[in-house]
Design a protein around this ligand. Sequence first.
Ligand code: M6R
Length: 369
Amino acid sequence: DKGGWSSFMAKEITEQPEAVANTVRGRLVDGHVEIPELTALGDDLLREIDRIVIIACGTASYAGMIGTYAIEQWARVPVEVQLSHEFRYRDPVLSDRTLLISVSQSGETMDTLMAVKYAIERGVTTVSVCNTQSATIPRESDAAVYTHAGPEVAVASTKAFVAQITALYLIGLHLGRVRGTLSGDDARRAAEQLEELPGLLGEAVDTHDQIAQLAHWMADTRSVLFLGRHVGYPTALEGALKLKEIAYIHAEGFAAGELKHGPIALIDHGQPVFVLVPSPRTSPLMHSKVVSNIQEIRARGARVIAIVEKGDTSVLPFADDVIRLPLTDVLFEPLLQVIPLQWFALELSAAKGLDVDQPRNLAKSVTVE
Ligand code: M6R
């Protein structure tokens, strides 16, 4: 039931505040994060791990990339993401001090399941971040940390993505507490942000009308680029994937700093570029670098659509369109920034008369390798 929406994807985009609230619920107690499923693994094990490998595909892998920044910051352990289908072909270095976290909405993605099995055979502890109760991957894993986004029907993942980031952050905060690497201030600040998040996501959902107008006049666009730095980089990758997947438009996401190493040659008159601008309050250095990137591409004719924090007027002279989002700390920015990108893909797909929920050649859950 689409609940009055024109597509499941539209409905699911609007359900994101709830998806995040439900994923946090019960795991934040008196300002600290406690995930019983991780506690059951034993605190000694969590203290001794010296490396975390996140495995996932597609959108889940971008949630994983975003998770690496937060988990490293809070738990002071190196974290990397590997695509599930690449993982076992590289003879990965694994040990009993490696923690493998798989991320999968369906819990049935064959590539991810095979990677989990490969790790289990080598004695690695496995945690599954999954949205589907009792799916195969969480059943095979040592622990399951469920996202509670509710059933996701549209092929393009939206609410599962924000719930996956949330679950990875909760894991990072749990690990940081157990390992003694998370300061009291950081713990409190993160807890506050997690509590505020549903309200902020609601404001991001409200960007719909502005984005719908933008998409309307961009209906015949053939290529769109997305730029971001730090956690904005995987967010840019996710924005590009959404557009390829449901609007069949060539799109690429770049790390903003990478522009001058090649991609800037793509910039031509009228080339639309979405730029995810970090907060000038919490990340002044990154902010100024991204604003310079905007100036560079604008000087070469790009049509700049800047996604900024409310009150940031620094980009006004260089941006063709400005989308404003509520204030949050840098690690939480992707959860807000991705929402206008999801709307954009949806509206462009709809403007082209495509089936938003059932794009060609794709299945909701990929159960073959
Ligand atoms: O069910 P999973 O999270 O394991 O699925 C992984 C990818 O197939 C999935 O995220 C895919 O990239 C989506 N269609 C993206 O919108």
